[in-house]
Design a protein around this ligand. Structure first.
Ligand code: AMP
Length: 499
């Protein structure tokens, strides 16, 4: 083995076309592929000079910038494991990650160096701000490294799960987990060097860090690189772009902007959504406003992307499409595959599936079967044409009076009521039923009543699936990836029926 599996594949286009523009946008007048790779190799030299050896972790909690992106390439080149951390994490959360992962190097925002340095223990601490200033870039010289040899099964990243249902776990992703998925998606969505992809996602999560970035690197596309999601900047970028990758909130926010028209999107060929479920209504509105059908896909930190609606052929709202080439998917109940059409736990297997949880062998054994199937924890079903739908996280399943209630069924029904913006259905502890169904509703019409919502449920659903209580909220609690925080809702309403 003499090459660095992931680095050499992610930089193959750059080696052949060093002058092609890798990134445009407010941060750069057009940074080339060649410069991006050279910057990464110079950053890698800084990491190595600070003591990084292959297998060491580089924990990074910084604002999004091209340098931060280069830093993750640099870490791979140096044989380290990238460990990106959500910029929203507080000191006490960081303390858990830094203790768990014991990184050799920590890169943080200069403004937070004072509070993070003591948590970093013996790690070397560098700083980097969103304008690429800090001790990390100050240490750059002309020195650069030759990429360290690494094989397909060596680790490239430890990505902590968002922990919406419990404590975050570090998913260990190998060089080939990342490359194989980037190659499959590039091919499946036909990305080429003619594409201009709007990149407004955070780069501490699989969607922005791996899906959007690695597809561009592999295909030679140009990123229109934005530091965060801003409708104004996206509206400005759309006429010159060909593609956008977003979470559902991007699309609902853009729909509120009168400047969103078919003409604005005339150059676009692909709108992708994922990381959280998109409402059927959003799909419909987007189609009406732009003439484009959003392509929804499904993935997770542990597996990269698993399924996708087709590029050509029917994209079905409310589904996440079909398994990607090379990915197997099955629906299980108690270790048996369920008959087609029935609901069960989604399991996936393929080159995309991670190597286990960092320092959690028991958790790994619980969720990753010896024959390679990963128990995703998502509940889903497959229709007669093979399209997969997700009905919720297993942990969100409500068991009331011994009956299973899948929140999605009631949520979809409530969402269709006039005057409802969206909803989240949870189970709250109940003295008689064990759990009782509670619907949290965000109304667009202030005149909407709980009785009106209950009446619709009573007409359409069996008694045990009907909400015992309706709670109106101005908005649902969401994390930075747009996921509804059901655990937070459950905590808030834990004593609803015991008061
Ligand atoms: P994360 O590991 O933070 O990317 O979260 C992964 C989880 O997000 C999955 O296990 C699903 O529960 C959810 N998810 C991702 N994409 C979709 C989608 N298109 N529709 C519904 N849920 C999704």
């Amino acid at each position: 083995m003499s090459e660095n599996h992931l680095f050499s594949r992610l930089t193959a286009f750059a080696a052949a076309h060093p002058d092609k523009v890798f990134a445009t946008g407010p941060e750069t007048s057009g940074q080339s592929y060649g410069d991006t790779v050279q910057n990464a190799l110079r950053l890698a030299a800084v990491l190595c000079a600070a003591g990084l050896t292959p297998g060491d972790r580089v924990a990074v909690q910084v604002e999004k910038s091209l340098t931060a992106l280069e830093l993750s390439l640099a870490t791979v080149a140096a044989g380290g494991f990238s460990l990106p951390l959500n910029t929203a994490y507080t000191a006490s959360e960081l303390s858990y990650f830094l203790t768990d992962a014991a990184p050799a190097i920590v890169v943080c925002d200069p403004a937070r160096a004072g509070e993070i340095t003591p948590l970093a223990k013996s790690a070397h601490v560098f700083t980097l701000d969103k304008a690429a200033q800090g001790t990390l870039t100050a240490a750059l010289t002309d020195a650069r490294i030759a990429p360290v040899a690494r094989g397909p099964d060596d680790l490239a990243a430890i990505l902590y799960t968002s922990g919406t249902t419990g404590r975050s776990k570090g998913a260990m992703l190998s060089h080939d987990n990342l490359y194989s998925n980037a190659a499959a998606l590039t091919d499946h969505w036909r990305f080429t060097s003619d594409d201009v992809l709007i990149h407004a996602l955070p780069i501490f999560h699989t969607h922005g860090l791996f899906v959007a970035t690695n597809i561009a690197l592999v295909s030679g596309a140009t990123l229109h690189f934005l530091q965060n999601f801003s409708p104004d900047q996206i509206i400005d970028a759309l006429p010159e772009a060909t593609s956008l990758m977003g979470v559902p909130t991007f699309y609902t926010r853009l729909l509120q902007d009168a400047r969103l028209t078919p003409a604005l999107c005339a150059n676009m060929r692909l709108f992708v959504s994922g990381s959280a479920p998109m409402l059927v209504d959003t799909h419909t509105q987007w189609q009406a406003r732009t003439g484009h059908t959003i392509l929804e896909r499904y993935g997770m930190t542990e597996t990269n992307m698993n399924t996708s609606n087709p590029l050509e052929g029917a994209r079905r709202p409310g589904t996440v499409g079909l398994p990607l080439p090379g990915v197997e998917l099955r629906i299980m109940d108690n270790a048996h595959e369920v008959p087609q059409g029935e609901i069960g736990t989604i399991e996936v297997r393929g080159p995309n599936v991670f190597k286990g949880y960092w320092q959690m062998p028991e958790k790994t054994a619980e969720e990753l079967r010896p024959d390679g199937w990963f128990i995703t924890g998502d509940l889903g079903q497959i229709d007669a044409d093979g399209y997969v739908s997700i009905v919720g996280r297993g942990k969100d399943l409500i068991i009331t009076g011994g009956f299973n209630v899948y929140p999605k069924e009631l949520e979809s029904l409530i969402d269709e009521i006039d005057g409802v913006l969206e909803s989240a259905v949870i189970g709250a502890p109940h003295p008689d039923f064990g759990e009782a169904v509670v619907a949290i509703v965000v109304a667009s019409d202030p005149a909407l009543t709980a009785d009106a919502v209950k009446a619709v449920a009573a007409e359409k659903l069996a008694k045990f699936k009907q909400p015992k209580q309706i709670v109106f909220l101005p908005e649902l609690p969401r994390n930075t990836m747009g996921k509804v925080q059901k655990k937070a809702l459950r905590d808030s309403y834990a004593t609803l029926f015991s008061q």
